[in-house]
Design a protein around this ligand. Structure first.
Ligand code: NAD
Length: 496
């Protein structure tokens, strides 16, 4: 395996079109940078409209010739094979993911095993829940529904959990009979090509799965505007999502939008103190704070705020930053220098707004990487930019509240509505508050653990539509109703 790792590290990252790894039509490349060293890992072929055209053509042919018509059992056997092959390569894929993104390897291993589950889960789901309904209308008609695949799905993904999020879209798209053109994030291209290798080795027909690397404004935009791509599933920033919806409007595409978040965690006086503390810390500092469902706004009830803040500061001081490939690391470097600049710019913004920033210096040995120490912003107000804007780094904004009514009001005073977390030992209150927070997903006395069967997605500026479970089928399939007469019902006889 080591030889393979070394080899792949030096290789350029090619596009994967119609079952082959190929160079881009323009011959242009861009550098892929290691966030821990800021040294180049390799060059990446920069796809553009011509490459998207080729990939969509291949996906379109594969859709009509094979993928939409092959037997379901055959399609599912490919899915299970992909899952098994990912499982055999967990260590290698986790290594690439950490190298590419700076995410700690202990966390990327778990993300990769989620990726194989995504394939197994959607194979299972398509077998059991890809169903229609039938309605008998008296003794005259039967109306029934079927679900059909739609065509080429354009999947556009971010860099914060690349392999897991790519497979989260690829698996339901393929299981339902669509073919795929994937445009991975330019900051994290490595593992999408491992998925392409797996797909090729699993023997999927050429063209069923394609990868075009490149920038959002070129490769991504060409996919969004392509007339033969009826579906766009996007995960990324809210502002990008808005642009994509506008640019896809001429072709009236179906768009699934998984967007940004700034999620509240509300800790009541009567909460299980230690568990709430663990959850608040994990929820913001895992995945280097680059997590869409991160609890980035902490609301503490007045009665526990002093004790909680004291414990929080002590723990945060000891969260271990370091080499993402070291098993002991809890927080690694941010994805890119551009993102580092964005995250750290909020420290000045916080101070200008009158809040206090509690952070710590980065040791000399880590200066080459894009490290931001786990940081608390205290004495903050909910109206401040640091409480309203998605920072997307290891930065927790802390505020206080008096009572239930105020907690709900503050939690909802924001454009986003992805997730929310409530900690209380009064279960009536827990449910009440959960029902009133405007967010797609609320956890009560729980960290962010999620069963794949439930819907995933956000409200307000955090998204449109739901992925996950059978809910993804509403996006990846077209519902068709067939009306059948089973008796000679009256038909008006015009002109007789
Ligand atoms: P981003 O919006 O900058 O980029 C995401 C993808 O969109 C990339 O592949 C990029 O190349 C592409 N893109 C950019 N401009 C485009 C355009 N004009 N047309 C087509 N494609 C374009 O997001 P990011 O910085 O990579 O990811 C971080 C964001 O993702 C955060 O806001 C985070 O909250 C969000 N996110 C949301 C979820 C969720 O499920 N709601 C999950 C993970 C991440």
């Amino acid at each position: 395996m080591t030889a393979k790792l070394e080899h792949s590290k030096q290789e350029d990252i090619l596009l994967f079109i119609n079952g082959e790894f190929v160079r881009s039509a323009s011959g242009e490349t861009f550098e892929n940078i290691n966030p821990y060293t800021n040294e180049k890992i390799n060059d990446v072929e920069s796809g553009s409209r011509a490459d998207i055209d080729k990939a969509v053509e291949a996906a379109s042919v594969a859709f009509h010739r094979t993928w939409k018509t092959i037997k379901r059992s055959e399609r599912m056997s490919y899915m299970y094979r992909i899952a098994d092959m990912i499982d055999q390569r967990i260590e290698e894929i986790a290594y690439f993911e950490s190298l590419d993104t700076g995410l700690p390897i202990k966390q990327t291993r778990k993300m990769v095993s989620r990726a194989s589950q995504n394939f197994r889960f959607y194979a299972n789901m398509a077998e059991s829940r890809l169903v229609g309904e039938a309605y008998q209308v008296d003794d005259q008609f039967i109306n029934y529904t079927i679900r059909t695949p739609i065509g080429v799905a354009g999947l556009i993904t971010p860099w914060n959990a690349p392999f897991m999020l790519e497979t989260w879209k690829v698996a339901p798209a393929l299981a339902t009979g669509n073919t795929v053109v994937l445009k991975p994030a330019e900051f994290s291209p490595l593992t999408a090509n491992v998925l392409a290798e797996v797909v090729a080795e699993a023997g999927l027909p050429n063209g069923v799965f394609n990868v075009v690397h490149g920038f959002g404004e070129t490769a991504g935009d060409a996919l969004v505007r392509h007339p033969d791509v009826p579906l766009i599933s996007f995960t990324g920033e809210t502002v990008t999502g808005k642009t994509i919806i506008k640019n896809s409007a001429d072709h009236l595409k179906d768009c699934s939008m998984e967007l940004g978040g700034k999620s509240p965690i509300i800790v009541f006086d009567d909460a299980d103190f230690e568990r709430a503390l663990d959850a608040a810390i994990w929820g913001i500092f895992s995945f280097n704070g680059e997590r869409c469902t991160a609890n980035s706004r902490l609301f503490l009830q007045e009665g526990i705020k002093d004790k909680f803040m004291e414990a929080l500061k002590k723990r945060v001081e000891h969260v271990k930053i370091g080499d993402p490939l070291d098993d002991a690391t809890e927080v690694g470097p941010l994805i890119h220098t551009e993102h580092y600049d964005k995250v750290t710019s909020y420290f000045n913004i916080a101070e200008e707004e009158g809040a206090e920033v509690i952070t710590r210096p980065i040791p000399e040995s880590l200066q080459a990487g894009n490290f931001v120490a786990p940081t608390l912003i205290v004495h903050a107000e909910n109206s401040m930019r640091v409480a309203q804007e998605e920072i997307f780094g290891p930065v927790l904004t802390v505020m206080t509240f008096q009572d239930e009514e105020e907690a709900i009001r503050l939690a909802n005073q924001i454009d986003y509505g992805l997730a929310g977390y409530v900690w209380t030992n009064d279960m009536k209150k827990g449910h009440r508050v959960a029902h009133q927070i405007d967010a797609g997903m609320i956890w009560v006395n729980s960290q962010n653990v999620r069963d794949l069967r439930i819907p995933f997605g956000g409200m307000k500026a955090s998204g449109i539509g739901r992925e996950g479970g059978h809910y993804a089928f509403d996006f990846y399939t077209e519902q068709k109703v067939i009306h059948v007469a089973i008796s000679d019902h009256p038909i008006p006889q015009f002109g007789k």
